[in-house]
Write a protein that binds this ligand. Sequence first.
Ligand code: ADE
Length: 228
Amino acid sequence: MIGIIGAMESEVNGLKAALQNMKTKTTASVEFCAGTLEGKDAVIAEAGVGKVNAAVTAQIMILEYGADAVINIGVAGGLESSLRIGDIVVADKVVEHDMDTTPFGDEPGFITGLERVYMECDERITKILADSAKELGAHTIVGTIASGDQFICRDDQREKLIGVFNAAAAEMEGAAIGHVCVMNGVRFGVLRAMSDCANDDSIVNFPEFEKSAAALSIEIVKRAVEKM
Ligand code: ADE
């Protein structure tokens, strides 16, 4: 069973429309749509924005639907210098950039319990997602995606994510999903289309490009699911 999570309606609606034999159920205020996607058993959910919503949704997919692979899709702010709006970042690893126990001598982003900063994505899922994006002609980078409960649009935020974590893109859910998947021994992948470049223009660019970028990530994940 493949679980696919997006934060916002625009990030999952096109996928739900492609789901066959769909059965829906609401748990913890999140609607889960289970069925067949591109011939594969899949469950799709719009989690809501932020790390807690994403974590709750991933855990329910694993426990209630038996998801053995979870893919997070949607939009992000580009940080890597070659990225433009509409480009793709596929994560090879994710980090919770707002996790901070540095006063106790830990590295920034260190997750006590998991005893790590970065959570590695499944190599095969990452390759399938990146190949699918390239096949659709998207400029695609594989790199670190940083997640936190913040919209990134200021220089000081950008500089931290690039300087401290070498992040290629910023969003608000991927690492929470990765965290839950690591805790459960479930493989995961993250695919994001750039709606903005996490800078001064993001407040204007995000609402303008969110829908088209989200639609691109949906097209790519459909192609990827076919290959899984
Ligand atoms: N999602 C899309 N753009 C983003 C940004 N700039 N910061 C955080 N999440 C985002």
